[in-house]
Design a protein around this ligand. Structure first.
Ligand SMILES: NC(=O)c1ccc[n+]([C@@H]2O[C@H](COP(=O)([O-])OP(=O)(O)OC[C@H]3O[C@@H](n4cnc5c(N)ncnc54)[C@H](O)[C@@H]3O)[C@@H](O)[C@H]2O)c1
Length: 519
């Protein structure tokens, strides 16, 4: 209802990668669009690039005149004439005086953005909405220099803006709710999926996604497994679209590290966001990922395909004839059904209240819980899977005290379920389990601190970084105190504070316990 009228001109200042994408979105939505860039000729080149992209989309029938409001007239086979006519290049900032919205996508520097908005304030009308596409600066700080900071919002698009639906609509400390709502509704009218977010380091996605990278790097630094194995476990067991090593190679190690550093520094060096030393060394060595031909993996092959070692996959183990189920396996309870379906007998032990499977050797198999195998006489841990039926790989960890027969039977059991098995080092919380627990924790913490709603966080993580489930959906599936218990165990073993569960997660788990105790 409060979205900008389509007849209102929208300006995009800074016409690089993001500016072009955002301008294309506004143009396709139906607005007159003005492009301005400080570098001579760049806005004109950007306009040509946008028209060329639209031409290609029209040629491939991926965009029709119906998708371009007010564009019934068509040029010969290309972008409708009316859409072209709506796209203008501004020679000076003063040409933006009649705009109802200015989206800034210039250099990621506070002084540059502040100076730009100060200049714009003297040019545009009093009611013009000002938006910054900053990904790491404080929206409050960007607006801090303005006479009316109430009309400045963060409109954080993701790259490529025409394709990715998510837009984080960020309210700075001084942002007026009327302007934030207008920005939100306008993003929605443009066909995007907006989520509302307070001004916090990393906003929603870049804040809550940090452990996805950090925990993979931590397992590697602890010599738990090599990148190819960790990536394979995250994909094939955790259900993530890509592993952390291949994804950061795609993003660029320098870009990914600088987001991590910025979030960490903005949180006054909060240990939960500490960057990775291994990644630092990679950046220092110039191995920035695909763009330099070498990152965690080697891309020097002419096709650009990654030369990577195969994930560790265990040789055939020993299929056990039966297992004894002690207590409730919690998020892994589906395994019992899969084991039965594989023709392996499951004996239920009514007496014991552990959460383990006992193998014929007498050794035990337990879901990763934040403890290490070395603390028990003879135990093998298995990792958390998004879906045990669909998972094609499972990670197991054992200590030097684990009997070889126990490991052989644990391996054989999962192989009998049709899974590849990766045996990794004795890493508490394994790979997927610790990653998911930390993401769930940061999500609870963010809600408790007023960053966003549970629903918006789930939407942001699914659309912004392609997670198979939002953190709260995942948390509900896992049981309300699963993440708390795992992190509490990890925190005991690594008391640096990195794994300390948040007060919000504690409250969540405690409230459940109390309800269960009184019911
Ligand atoms: N690239 C991404 O994936 C991504 C994603 C989300 C947000 N962002 C943010 O978007 C912004 C732009 O990023 P980008 O990747 O498009 O950068 P880019 O380098 O591709 O483009 C920046 C453009 O801004 C112009 N410019 C610089 N100073 C200017 C000024 N004072 N006035 C007008 N034009 C100016 C430059 O000439 C250049 O054309 C940054 O704040 C960045 O953090 C980037």
């Amino acid at each position: 209802m409060t979205a900008l009228d389509l007849s209102s001109p929208v300006a995009v200042v800074g016409t690089g990668t993001m500016g072009q994408g955002i301008a294309q979105v506004a143009l396709v939505a139906g607005h007159p669009v003005r492009l301005y860039d400080a570098a001579p000729g760049r806005a004109r080149a950007a306009a040509a690039a946008i028209v060329a992209r639209l031409d290609r989309l029209v040629e491939k029938d991926r965009l029709t005149a119906a998708d371009l409001p007010h564009s019934r007239l068509r040029s010969s086979g290309g972008t409708p004439i009316a859409a072209r006519a709506r796209l203008l290049v501004a020679e000076n900032l003063t040409d933006l005086a009649d705009c109802a919205l200015v989206v800034e996508a210039v250099l990621e520097r506070l002084d540059v953005k502040q100076e730009l908005f100060r200049a714009l304030e003297d040019i545009v009308g009093d009611d013009c909405l000002l938006a910054t596409n900053t990904s790491s600066l404080s929206v409050t700080a960007v607006g801090g220099a303005l006479a009316n900071p109430g009309r400045l919002v963060g409109l954080h698009f993701f790259n490529p803006a025409p394709l990715l639906p998510l837009v984080e609509v960020v309210s700075g400390f001084a942002t007026d709710v009327t302007y934030a709502t207008r920005a939100y509704e306008t993003a929605r009218a443009w066909g995007k999926t907006p989520v509302a977010c307070a001004d916090t380091p990393g906003f929603i996605v870049n804040r809550i996604a940090r452990p996805f990278y950090a925990e993979a790097f931590a397992v590697y630094e602890a010599q738990g497994a090599d990148p190819a194995t960790i990536d394979a476990v995250l994909r094939e067991c955790g259900g993530f679209r890509m592993g952390a090593f291949e994804l950061t190679d795609l993003i660029g190690q320098d870009v990914n590290e600088s987001v991590t550093r910025s979030v960490w520094e903005s949180f006054f060096n909060d240990v939960r966001f500490t960057p990775s030393l291994a990644q630092r060394r990679l950046v220092e060595s110039g191995r920035l990922g695909r763009k330099t031909g070498q990152g965690w993996y080697d891309y020097s092959d002419e096709t650009g395909a990654a030369e990577r070692s195969e994930p560790h996959t265990a040789e055939p183990g020993q299929r056990p004839a039966y297992v004894v189920a002690e207590g409730d396996l919690g998020p892994a309870s589906e395994l019992l059904q899969l084991i039965r379906e594989a023709g392996i007998q499951v004996r239920e032990d009514e007496e014991d209240h552990g959460t383990r499977l006992v193998l014929p050797s007498g050794g035990q198999l337990a879901l990763a819980d934040g403890q290490t195998s070395v603390e028990f006489r003879d135990v093998v841990y298995f990792d958390l899977a998004l879906d045990y039926r669909r998972a094609t790989r499972i990670a197991l960890s054992a200590s030097q005290d684990t009997a070889p027969q126990t490991l052989a039977e644990a391996t054989g059991l999962f192989q009998a379920l049709g899974k590849d098995v990766s045996i990794i080092g004795d890493v508490p919380g394994m790979i997927v389990a610790r990653t998911v627990a930390r993401i769930v924790d940061l999500a609870h913490d963010a809600v408790a601190k007023g960053v966003a709603t549970e629903e918006d966080i789930d939407t942001a993580m699914r659309l912004g970084v392609n997670y198979p489930l939002g953190p709260f959906e995942w948390s509900r599936r896992l049981g309300r105190n699963w993440a708390y218990a795992l992190l509490d165990d990890l925190h005991m073993r690594d008391p640096s504070g990195r794994y300390a569960p948040s007060l919000a997660l504690y409250r969540h788990a405690y409230a459940t316990d109390k309800r269960e105790a009184t019911s």
